[in-house]
Design a protein around this ligand. Structure first.
Ligand SMILES: NC(=O)c1ccc[n+]([C@@H]2O[C@H](COP(=O)([O-])OP(=O)(O)OC[C@H]3O[C@@H](n4cnc5c(N)ncnc54)[C@H](OP(=O)(O)O)[C@@H]3O)[C@@H](O)[C@H]2O)c1
Length: 200
């Protein structure tokens, strides 16, 4: 099963303002940047509870008929979701993926900052598509956070759009990743390579 992230951020890396406002995503000229095609390619959406709560404020259910799994450790009320297909799960990202896989899903769209960070830390995300909107907002809800080890990314493509959007696509885990301990050990045992030793 493939897991992808497709999100929009300010150039300083925020998914939303501290109060969850998303107004800044409309900065610059809006133009199609592949979301419809991406959304058509996924068969399940996995979102964090906070993203779900924001989606409820949009009026119309944002995710259409696509099955949506909302992650939360607390009971959720889905009664205001009209016409959508929603369920709740909780647990380790590995357990969630195992359950979705067993049900035959092939491509999951993972969304929400904390949620993306947890799936990344678990080494489960295959692809990141990040669209930077030409604005700095200074503070907000970050896309990324601390990582347990370096996470190697292979750059697939960067596309720029007339209105100022810049979209970068990466394959995750394509490069060897190292834990903090491995990094410390490597820096302690570092030896000069190549060239001749110079004396003063
Ligand atoms: N710009 C964009 O493209 C974009 C995309 C997505 C979201 N957003 C915005 O980002 C904000 C939300 O992001 P966020 O980082 O605050 O939170 P989030 O990832 O949407 O939600 C975090 C919550 O999800 C639950 N959760 C995550 N993984 C879990 C797991 N494995 N098991 C059980 N529960 C789990 C926890 O809920 P409990 O505390 O209930 O346990 C956690 O507190 C919103 O403002 C949203 O609109 C923007």
């Amino acid at each position: 099963m493939k897991l992808s992230v497709f999100c929009g951020v300010s150039v300083d890396g925020f998914l939303a303002r501290p109060n969850n406002a998303l107004d800044f995503l409309r900065t610059g000229e809006q133009e199609p940047h592949g979301f419809e095609e991406f959304y058509g390619s996924v068969d399940v959406v996995v979102i964090g509870r906070k993203t779900f709560e924001v989606a409820l404020t949009f009026g119309k259910w944002f995710y259409g008929k696509k099955p949506v799994t909302v992650l939360s450790s607390r009971p959720l009320d889905f009664s205001s979701v009209k016409g959508g297909v929603v369920e709740q799960m909780s647990g380790k990202p590995e357990e969630i993926v195992t359950q979705l896989k067993a049900r035959g899903f092939k491509h999951a769209y993972i969304d929400g900052g904390i949620t993306i960070q947890r799936f990344l830390a678990a080494g489960l995300i295959d692809r990141l598509v990040i669209t930077r909107v030409p604005v700095l907002i200074g503070e907000g809800i970050p896309l990324f956070g601390p990582v347990p080890r370096d996470i190697g990314l292979r750059h697939v493509a960067t596309r720029s759009y007339r209105g100022g959007l810049v979209q970068s696509e990466y394959e995750v885990g394509a490069l060897r990743t190292r834990t903090r301990k491995q990094r410390t050990l490597a820096s302690r045992t570092k030896r000069p390579t190549g060239g001749k030793r110079q004396s003063n």
